[in-house]
Design a protein around this ligand. Structure first.
Ligand code: TXA
Ligand code: MG
Length: 327
């Protein structure tokens, strides 16, 4: 790592003001959220937005999520939809909603579509910076396009280094999986574009029927949500999944097995790792990207990972694993 990189910015007033000032001047700053670290930029400044795409190596067809402090700020960039009232208890929090855009939103944010994805984040440092900058912030996950999302400040430094010198250190992300994305852009339909910490079950309780968009057929339709590309969130090491509660059918030499919770009296030639000490899926999800990154750096021949039961948070956890395992 280059020694010329500045230290992480911290939660002090001086540092948060520095972050806000950089953002106001059109620079990118990596910020903690309750889901994953985001690479933030002024959502209304096209030249700042261009930097986001360059830093991430992200194709311009992949639209960005815009983060705002509250519904009042949302109304300046998107058409308000009365269904937002039904889901107001999930904000601030890990839910992103796709709405009809307002014309002030640059095409770079929306990939020239008529919709914009908006989220009201809960992380106190992100919120503090939003109120200091006093404008909406676009922020994709702060990782190179296609790689595992960062859940620690150090992850951002590890994979973006001098491309993103300014990082606000806010500790490990609480959820560790990206926000749930729902599409409310058509008046009579709700679609789930990406499962996440706000579960499909809890959304259906508030909104009724929700269509689950599962597979993306082609790169063209992938524009709906490129986070849904079959291969995404991938470590370099090959990943193979096995059923919840089961074992891998066979294991390669020099491989690792990543279990959801502790397994008693189990021995293997593979090295064993655990996502949660007490079989908590919430804890496992929060640790998933961190462990995948750590194991990826160890040079294993393969990483075998245990799936969760496909309900509640398990839907998002399995979704990210399936994409990490796709080749
Ligand atoms: O938790 C999160 O959502 C994190 C933190 C930083 O907020 N952000 C995040 O952003 O995961 P990103 O860019 O890595 O993933 C955003 C997803 C992409 O798959 C993108 O295609 C989709 O949101 N998206 C953005 N705008 C959209 C739109 N107008 N319509 C449909 N999908 C959209
Ligand atoms: Mg991402």
């Amino acid at each position: 790592m280059s020694t010329s990189l500045p230290p992480f910015l911290t939660a002090t007033k001086v540092d948060l003001q520095k972050a806000a000032q950089l953002l106001a001047e059109g620079e990118c700053v990596a910020l903690p959220t309750e889901t994953v670290y985001g690479l933030a930029a002024d959502a209304l400044n096209p030249s700042a937005l261009k930097k986001v795409f360059t830093i991430k190596g992200r194709p311009l067809i992949d639209p960005l999520i815009v983060h705002v402090l509250d519904i009042e700020a949302l109304k300046k960039i998107a058409e308000y939809d009365s269904r937002l009232e039904k889901i107001s208890s999930f904000w601030p929090g890990p839910l992103t909603v796709v709405l009809r855009r307002k014309s002030c939103v640059p095409d770079l944010v929306t990939a020239s579509q008529e919709t914009v994805a908006v989220r009201v984040p809960a992380h106190p440092l992100f919120r503090e910076i939003l109120s200091l900058v006093n404008r909406p912030l676009a922020a994709p996950s702060a990782n190179p396009f296609g790689y595992v999302s960062p859940t620690r400040a150090q992850h951002v430094r590890d994979s973006l280094a001098e491309r993103c010198p300014w990082i606000v250190e806010g500790g490990p992300c609480r959820h560790g999986l990206e926000s749930t994305i729902i599409d409310l852009s058509s008046p009579h339909k709700v679609r789930l574009l990406r499962p996440g910490p706000i579960t499909l079950e809890s959304l259906r309780e508030k909104l009724g029927e929700i269509e689950v968009v599962t597979k993306v057929a082609s790169a063209q339709t992938a524009q709906v949500a490129p986070g849904m590309l079959e291969r995404h969130y991938s470590p370099s090491t090959r990943v193979e999944l096995f059923a919840h509660g089961a074992l891998p059918a066979s294991t390669e030499k020099n491989s690792a097995i990543l279990f959801l919770g502790r397994r008693k009296d189990f021995s293997s030639n593979s090295e064993l790792f655990y996502l949660s000490e007490n079989n908590s899926l919430t804890e496992a999800a929060a640790n998933l990207f961190d462990l995948l990154r750590k194991l990826d750096a160890r040079g294993f021949s393969k990483i075998y990972v245990e799936r969760a039961e496909s309900a509640e948070l398990g839907l998002a956890y399995n979704d990210r694993l399936t994409r990490a395992a796709a080749r």
